[in-house]
Design a protein around this ligand. Structure first.
Ligand code: ZN
Length: 80
């Protein structure tokens, strides 16, 4: 497997169990809770797992991602 951006083979595959939730900021949106599975970093809500390139920093995924639940939920609350 090569980096999708720079073709480097120096790809770091990272995974870590998330047992106490997470804290995320996306622009002005703040979220605390179970790990979201729509942010490109997890397929499960309790396991952070991603691959990134040690040469260029690119996380290996299909970008751009669709708008996340975090962004949508926060925008709905602002309408109050
Ligand atoms: Zn790269």
């Amino acid at each position: 497997m090569n980096c999708q951006t720079c073709e480097s083979k120096r790809l770091l595959e990272f995974s870590s169990e998330v047992t106490e939730g997470c804290h995320i900021f996306i622009d002005k949106h703040e979220y605390m809770g179970d790990l979201p599975t729509d942010i490109g970093l997890a397929d499960r809500d309790d396991m952070l797992a991603f691959i990134f390139c040690l040469d260029c920093g690119q996380i290996q995924d299909d970008f751009p991602l669709e708008p996340t639940i975090i962004e949508g939920e926060e925008e709905a609350e602002e309408d109050d």
